[in-house]
Ligand binder design. Structure first.
Ligand code: BLA
Length: 511
């Protein structure tokens, strides 16, 4: 196991955050074998919830800690959980004078983990129940037609449901970096809308956990972590992947402090089993929301994930239809490949609506026409260098530099390129270019002052993240999405048809 001293920005993806050995003070836990014979683990704050000292229960039977009816209910919950375990509510009980909410799940390694939270309901700021609110906001967000608009409505709803000061929808790129794409916030709270973060900020193991267990609460960045005591030192560490009270990584706590945040709630958005994004909720002061609100937020996130998939698919269908219509239009107006070159200035406008890019070129033999932001003509010719052995009619890269396509010629602002060719044998190609991403990234809110003296170095701050993001994304464009490839495929068909038409016309002219 790593100590805090060994942690640094270079190795934070190695921190075993699923076995922190601590819980957060808002809840306590005990754990042991599924048989509930012995208590192997107990958090040091157990007495605050159950009135029994943690030290005194280690090694005892569970029946000496909890009344029979509670144990009976816990057994029931555990027997229903499959190995893809879910944390489930066992019930609310009066335990030594305290109202206690009890939650149980099977942890990886076939252990029972039981979490105890305080039962007194925190008054919501409306008299609607959390579930009613979730239903209402799901309906409102779901009524929007596109993913972007849905997320804008979703953050407003989730802010109302969760009560956090600032709620952001964050979208991951394939490389684990990401962007704040929607935000709802209290008026006096700084905005993070449009900000980008490097993959480091949510390291790989934390992203993997967001898939396993989408709910993550950090109740108070100033809290003292509570140690989880083990019966003996030789037990395998307790895997808290699915526990809500899992202790927080010290390096992440520092990051949140540097952001000026007191407490957070994060809900992972998982589409087709892959992490797609998250809702990140920040409160300027510490905040614990009751488990039922947390669960309503989780449900909200699950349904948003499904709707992301649904709306992405219908956007895809619409894009395909638009591309097909444009294809028909261009084919009708063009009757030979030469004409495609001549018509390029007006046709490029149609293309650029189909494929989101910063510039375009058409290259036939050595004839070149360009529109908007493109690399030098030498670079275009090098990139488009016709190779009759290359069978790919469609190929793209988000980094010409990294993929070595440009032979060292000047790329200007360009970083990414998508090439569409008529046929493998015919040297006609359309090229779509994208500028380097960091040239376009805006640092939305005023960058906070750099935190130089944080124990983990200056990287752990919003401004430091931006510098790291710039390093990480240097020489890259936005990646080409499925969306772009769908349109590109339509354009490819069009090129083939135009080429065939041109060849037919030439043939009849020669007759
Ligand atoms: C975890 N970092 C996280 C998590 C988020 C972020 C959402 C998931 C866990 C949680 O929500 O508490 C980052 N939060 C963000 C970002 C936004 C946000 C990008 O609201 C944007 C709006 N973090 C770093 C660096 C390291 C690091 C450099 O920036 C390590 C060197 C570590 N981040 C780190 C670790 C975790 C984490 C270890 C896991 C924390 C845990 O679960 O205990």
């Amino acid at each position: 196991e790593m100590t805090v001293e060994e942690l640094s920005v270079e190795n934070c993806d190695k921190e075993p955050i699923h076995i922190p050995g601590t819980v957060q003070p808002f809840a306590a836990l005990i754990a042991g074998p599924l048989s509930l014979d012995t208590v192997d683990f107990a958090s040091e704050n157990l007495a605050e919830f159950l009135g029994i000292e943690a030290k005194s229960v280690l090694g005892n039977e569970w029946s000496s800690v909890l009344p029979d009816d509670v144990l009976h209910d816990i057994r029931n919950v555990l027997s229903f959980s499959t190995s893809a375990a879910q944390r489930e509510r066992v019930g609310q009980y009066e335990l030594r004078g305290n109202k206690i909410e009890v939650y149980a799940h099977r942890s990886p390694g076939e252990r029972a983990i039981v979490e105890f939270e305080r039962g007194e309901a925190q008054p919501l700021h409306t008299n609607r129940s959390a579930l009613e609110q979730a239903r209402l906001f799901i309906a409102r967000a779901g009524a929007e037609q596109t993913v972007d608009r849905m997320l804008k409505a979703a953050v407003v709803g989730l802010r109302s449901l969760s009560g956090y000061d600032r709620v952001k929808a964050y979208r991951y790129d394939d490389d684990g970096s990401g962007e704040v794409v929607a935000e709802a916030r209290a008026p006096d709270v700084p905005s993070y809308l449009g900000l980008r973060y490097p993959a480091w900020d949510v390291p790989a193991q934390a992203r993997a956990l967001q898939v396993k267990n989408p709910v993550r609460i950090t109740s108070d960045v100033y809290q003292e972590p509570v140690t989880v005591l083990a019966r003996t030192a030789d037990l395998d560490p307790l895997d808290m992947s699915l526990a809500h009270t899992r202790g927080v990584s010290p390096i992440h706590v520092q990051y949140l402090k540097n952001m000026g945040v007191g407490g957070t709630l994060t809900i992972g958005l998982v589409v087709d089993g892959k992490l797609w994004g998250m809702f990140a909720c920040h409160h300027m002061s510490p905040r614990v929301i009751t488990s039922d609100v947390r669960i309503a937020c989780e449900l909200f996130g699950q349904i948003m994930s499904l709707l992301v998939k649904e709306k992405t698919e219908s956007e895809q269908v619409a894009a395909r239809a638009r591309a097909a219509a444009a294809r028909q239009q261009i084919i009708a107006e063009t009757d030979a490949t030469t004409d495609l070159l001549k018509a390029f200035p007006s046709i490029s406008k149609v293309f650029r609506k189909l494929i989101n890019c910063d510039g375009m070129a058409i290259l036939r033999d050595d004839k070149l026409q360009t529109d908007a932001s493109v690399p030098s003509s030498e670079a275009i010719r090098a990139v488009g260098g016709f190779n009759p052995h290359d069978e790919d009619l469609l190929k793209g890269t988000d980094s010409l530099q990294a993929d070595g396509w440009h032979n060292g010629h000047d790329l200007g602002d360009t970083a990414g390129c998508l090439i569409v060719r008529a046929t493998a044998a015919y040297p006609l190609q359309l090229m779509f270019f994208r500028d380097e991403k960091i040239k376009k990234v805006l640092w939305g809110g005023k960058p906070e002052k750099k935190v130089e003296d944080s124990p983990f170095g200056p990287r752990i701050s919003p401004r430091g993240s931006f510098d790291a993001y710039q390093d990480e994304q240097c020489g890259r464009s936005e990646p080409w999405q499925l969306f772009d490839l769908t349109s590109a495929r339509e354009i490819q068909i069009m090129l083939t048809q135009i080429t065939a038409k041109g060849e037919r016309q030439q043939l009849s002219r020669h007759k």
